[in-house]
Design a protein around this ligand. Structure first.
Ligand code: CS2
Length: 492
């Protein structure tokens, strides 16, 4: 067994890819907030490839954690000199193992807000990238406006030097840079949101305006927020994954990251203070990310929601199990073909039929064991981005709504916390209590659930066709169960 560290990694099996550059010589031009599996399997890997090719000497990464939960990742990485293993698993490809060195440091806000602010304000920092989850942008999904009344935002407005949120930190750091005459950094969102750069921009400007109108104007004029489509299925690292890595390679890694072989990043070339030459390693730069992100979010993330709650209710716990169920696979593919595809515009260079075939293959990947509990999580933030835009287009086009309504009915049914096998589970959503109240307390579940304006907005609950379809699917699920509901939906 080899405990992963700077001293040990050169003695690993020759087949294992590893940093071939001097890590100490790399400057940290990127500060990344939210170092989870996805960042380590995506942006860090593209950057690592450049570093291994002798490029990007100024673009190493410093990780940042703003939340108490981030300490576990910081401690795990710090104990192995910030090295970690990417364990790439596909059904047909050979397993690929790579030790990654692109992250060179990791700061926790709770250790020293001052140190973090200085890092963000340093001229060496030229991009601040984010994976702070769909809900992390504090944006009201029904209006698209920044929600300044959240307690953590109110706190940050009162305590500008010791903030807690990303918006407090970015604003304070940009204020320091402005005072000191240092060029600002680019704010690069890597979350799964339509127009993620736009959303980040709007939220930051709204926050900054509440602090200082002049500063907010300066940010508006000088900071860039590129939009991006990001893609790689990255399960949560489980103990089984750790054991598998250990027995396949002898590497003892406290927190490896597991991912599928597929990887994609389409990015707008809008950077105000330079960027790595990511195009050399497969990143596609474009002037308009919109068609790519709509395709990805509606087809991939939307279909994930279409399979996850129904699958979970049936007692499945992994994505591939849902694809092995012919009925569920047919349902997902029909949703893609009949409901989502007609809402998409042409995507340059992409054959949508082929793209959808690949999605089914990717969802079927048995080797990565992607957890449905992961995909089921945070439904209250995911629905407004992944499924409701499709539904709104369909309502407008007067399309039949039964199939799409089943995704939402399955979510409501799942929120009861018990599957068809009688197994009880907890709901992984910060707003679980609020959601459950809506499905339990009221005489008319349909009205109280669709009345959650923060999720469904105003148009959806005022569509009579949708309410009827939703009510029907909910009744079917309650009375007949998932299989019969799927059969009726597919033949209906
Ligand atoms: C998933 C995504 O969390 C989810 O609901 O759909 O994490 C998905 O695996 C990634 O976006 C793939 O790029």
């Amino acid at each position: 067994m080899t405990k992963l560290s700077a001293a040990s990694f050169s003695s690993l099996d020759g087949k294992i890819i590893r940093p071939v550059y001097e890590r100490e010589e790399i400057k940290q031009g990127i500060v990344h907030v939210g170092v989870g599996g996805f960042h380590r399997a995506h942006q860090a890997i593209y950057t690592e490839q450049l570093l291994n090719g002798g490029d990007a000497r100024e673009w190493g990464i410093c990780g940042v954690g703003l939340r108490p939960e981030d300490q576990a990742m910081r401690d795990a990485l710090a104990a192995q000199d910030y090295l970690y293993t990417l364990f790439e698993l596909g059904d047909s490809e050979d397993t690929q193992v790579q030790v990654v060195g692109a992250i060179g440091d990791f700061l926790l806000a709770s250790d020293s807000p001052q140190r973090l602010l200085e890092k963000l304000a340093s001229p060496e920092t030229r991009i601040v990238s984010l994976t702070i989850t769909e809900g992390g942008y504090c944006t009201d999904d029904s209006t698209g406006e920044f929600n300044a009344h959240l307690p953590q935002i109110e706190y940050d407005l009162m305590h500008p030097d010791t903030p807690k949120t990303i918006f407090g930190y970015l604003t304070a750091a940009l204020a320091l840079r402005r005072e000191r005459g240092i060029k600002p950094f680019t704010v690069m969102s890597c979350d799964n949101l339509p127009h993620n750069g736009e959303v980040a921009r709007k939220a930051l400007l709204s926050f900054a305006r509440l602090r200082n109108a002049e500063l907010s104007r300066w940010i508006e004029e000088n900071v860039c927020f590129p939009n991006a489509m990001v893609d790689r299925i990255t399960p949560m690292t489980s103990d089984e994954h750790r054991d598998q890595l250990r027995s396949a390679t002898g590497i003892e890694d406290q927190w490896p990251v597991v991912a599928e072989p597929f990887i994609q990043w389409v990015l707008e070339d809008k950077f105000c203070n330079g960027r790595p030459e990511w195009e050399k390693v497969g990143v596609q730069f474009t002037d308009d990310v919109t068609p790519y992100e709509e395709m990805k979010i509606r087809l991939l993330n939307g279909s994930h929601l279409a399979m996850t709650y129904l699958g979970f209710l049936l007692g499945y716990r992994f994505a591939h199990e849902t694809m092995e169920d012919r009925l569920l696979q047919r349902y997902v593919r029909t949703y893609m073909d009949e409901d989502v595809t007609p809402t998409l515009s042409a995507v340059p260079g992409i054959n949508l039929e082929g793209y959808k075939d690949t999605l089914i293959e990717r969802f079927s990947n048995r080797a990565i064991c992607d957890q449905l509990s992961r995909i089921c999580s945070d439904g209250s933030s995911k629905f407004p981005k992944f499924v409701l835009p499709t539904l709104l287009d369909m309502i407008e086009q007067g399309k039949p709504l039964e199939r799409v309504a089943l995704i939402i009915a399955a979510w409501a049914h799942y929120l009861r916390g018990v599957d068809e096998k009688g197994e009880h589970y907890s709901i992984p959503d910060p707003r679980a209590g609020w959601l459950q109240e809506a499905i339990e307390g009221s005489a008319d579940l349909v009205e109280s659930f669709l009345g959650l304006e923060d999720v469904f907005g105003k148009s959806i609950p005022s569509s009579r066709e949708f309410i009827e379809a939703f009510r029907l699917q909910l009744e079917r699920l309650q009375q007949l169960g998932v299989k019969a509901t799927l059969e009726m939906t597919l033949t209906g």
